[in-house]
Design a protein around this ligand. Sequence first.
Ligand SMILES: Cc1ncc(COP(=O)(O)O)c(C=O)c1O
Length: 373
Amino acid sequence: MTALSRRRFVTTAALASVAPALPAWAAPAPDGTGVDPIFGDDIVRLDYNESPYGPDAAAIKAMTSGVRQSGRYDYEQQVRLSQLFASQHDIPHDHVALYCGSRAALQCALASYAGPRSVVTAAPTYDSVASGAKTLQARVHEVPLTADHAHDVRGMLAVDRQAGVIYVCNPNNPTGTLTPHADITRLVADKPPGCLAIIDEAYIHFSDAPTCLALAVEREDVLVLRTFSKIYGMAGARLGVAIGNPALLARLEAFNGRNFIPLPTALGAIAALENPLLVTQRKATNAQVLADTVAALRKAGFPCTDAQANCFMVNLGRPVEPLRKALEQRGVRVGRVFEAWPDWLRVTVGTATQMQRFLSEFFALSPHASSLV
Ligand SMILES: Cc1ncc(COP(=O)(O)O)c(C=O)c1O
């Protein structure tokens, strides 16, 4: 057995052991052909941190009934959903606002607090923050992550004492890594006066990190963002949640124009929240597939981030773009280049079967990666 085929064997064996344990909702293509039922191809999409499982069965049923009722403006279901979210998270109902994607809430917050004042982010982090700030002509300060791949709170606090927004993504996209809760609390306590702290918890369900929801309830200048695009598998349904003080939410709403979310989305999200097993099952499956994938890469000598999310980064030791392109030609799409870490490739965690395919293509290309540079 060659080193490469041995490596593939180890990988396949580890990931195959996950596959039989997957519950029914996790089957990527019911006919077993590997053909994606939506796209009609067998491309492995590991590029946008989407869920490979989509909405769960109850959410699909509820969304389907919502489509039938879509002739009407139905704000009532949005209220039901925000009430359910508030009661499940033990926060007052008037501290919850729903948006067509958390990105919309993020942009409203930037529009409200940045522009003349700057935006402070980590580097690398979720790049829509910097791009959104730039559309508002706001200056962006990107502070490198620490050696542990956490937000450098001290550096972020020092970079601009007049900043309008400090953005923390926990777990961070693209690295999947965590920032200690004590550091976030310190950042909130010591940030410049009048500056908004945005704590983006898009990936929190995949991790063991404590939430910052209590900070958003206690203070007037902390906004926590959640999304249904990740663990709930509803990226295309567009649903984000902004949690903050009512006066803060009113400031954001001025940029949202009293828009509200689609009825099928509201009904689907209610069904998803009412499924007590969804988060725990998907979290466990994701953690297992992530651990097996990262173990195979590390065993082959590729450092990976200590991710607790549905994405991680692997260090190629050379610019990622040639390998990214070569993988795409082999039908495996992985994340774009993050300028701050040009040698690290972001990979979304798919199903065990998809990660087997990723690993076998990755290892097939990696021995020749230097010739691709
Ligand atoms: C950290 C982070 N926040 C927000 C979003 C956007 O979420 P939504 O689909 O709710 O707009 C993403 C999407 O990838 C993300 O990575």
